[in-house]
Design a protein around this ligand. Structure first.
Ligand code: ADP
Length: 260
């Protein structure tokens, strides 16, 4: 089951990566196909380069088709946010993860009651928790006892209180472990795509960059603190949905509803 989980994490990361590359490629292809078409039109039809131009047009049409198929695949991981409570989403993810983790690892939950809802994509929340808990279990180590604690509470961020967060009210999801912790050098690079300290085959170095990307999708942020030998805590900040905003749909949701 751990293998399957690891595989799912890789596929998700690949989708995000491929989508980004495909998007950039699409723009490049547009320049190629557009200018080729222009050259075909502008040059006399018996011009010696017409054959070559036709070949370019054919090849770039095939490339466009391929890129569109990749984009369709990666759009499955597009962010679809709705107003929800984080607690049931967290509980569901834990239920699934519990079965895949060694019995020596204890999972604790610490959920504050009466928290405001957030605007979130349940699938992406699931992905974030899987990535963080998988890393936490690895940091505790094979055959070792340890503890992973998931907490939900409310946080008020003051103006200038945290550089990457706007002032306001947040629901905070924390994932803390009693694992190996990270030294300064690892901490500095932990979120870099493809950065990993794990042996070949165990790590892609994409887990945390996916977490970071998802938190950006949610207009939130992830903050990490770690102490070598003691453990690591990831804190995810989701902007709280205020009661007034909850009453009416967000602009993009409203547009979707109209289109239906
Ligand atoms: P991967 O898990 O494939 O290595 P990640 O982006 O998820 O990729 O993590 C990058 C690196 O950050 C890990 O290799 C590890 O060194 C460090 N790291 C992540 N989470 C933890 C944690 N909970 N405890 C200690 N180190 C961690």
């Amino acid at each position: 089951a751990e293998e399957a989980l690891h595989h799912a994490q890789k596929i998700e990361a690949l989708g995000t990566l491929a989508g980004g590359i495909a998007h950039d490629f699409n723009n490049i292809l547009l320049a190629i196909t557009g200018n080729t078409r222009l050259a075909i039109q502008e040059l006399p039809s018996d011009h010696p380069v017409q054959n070559g131009l036709a070949e370019i047009a054919k090849a770039s049409a095939r490339a466009t088709d391929l890129v569109n198929r990749i984009l369709t695949f990666s759009r499955q991981s597009e962010c679809r946010r709705e107003i929800l409570q984080l607690q049931p989403a967290v509980e569901e993810a834990i239920k699934l993860l519990r079965a895949t983790l060694p019995a020596l690892i204890e999972i604790n939950c610490n959920f504050a009651q009466g928290l405001p809802p957030v605007r979130a994509d349940a699938t992406q929340i699931h992905q974030v928790i899987v990535n963080l808990v998988t890393n936490a279990a690895y940091a505790i180590g094979d055959g070792k006892a340890g503890c992973i604690t998931l907490s939900l509470d409310e946080a008020h961020v003051a103006q200038g209180g945290a550089p990457q967060l706007k002032a306001g009210r947040y629901v905070r999801l924390s994932v803390a472990d009693t694992g190996s912790g990270m030294d300064r050098a690892t901490l500095d690079r932990a979120f870099d795509p493809f950065f990993t300290t794990k042996p070949v085959g165990r790590g892609t170095g994409l887990g945390l960059s996916v977490v970071d990307g998802i938190m950006r999708n949610h207009e939130g942020s992830v903050i990490v603190s770690s102490e070598p030998g003691r453990g690591t805590t990831f804190r995810l900040y989701f902007p709280a949905v205020e009661p007034a905003a909850e009453a009416r749909p967000a602009p993009q949701e409203a547009a979707v509803q109209q289109a239906k």
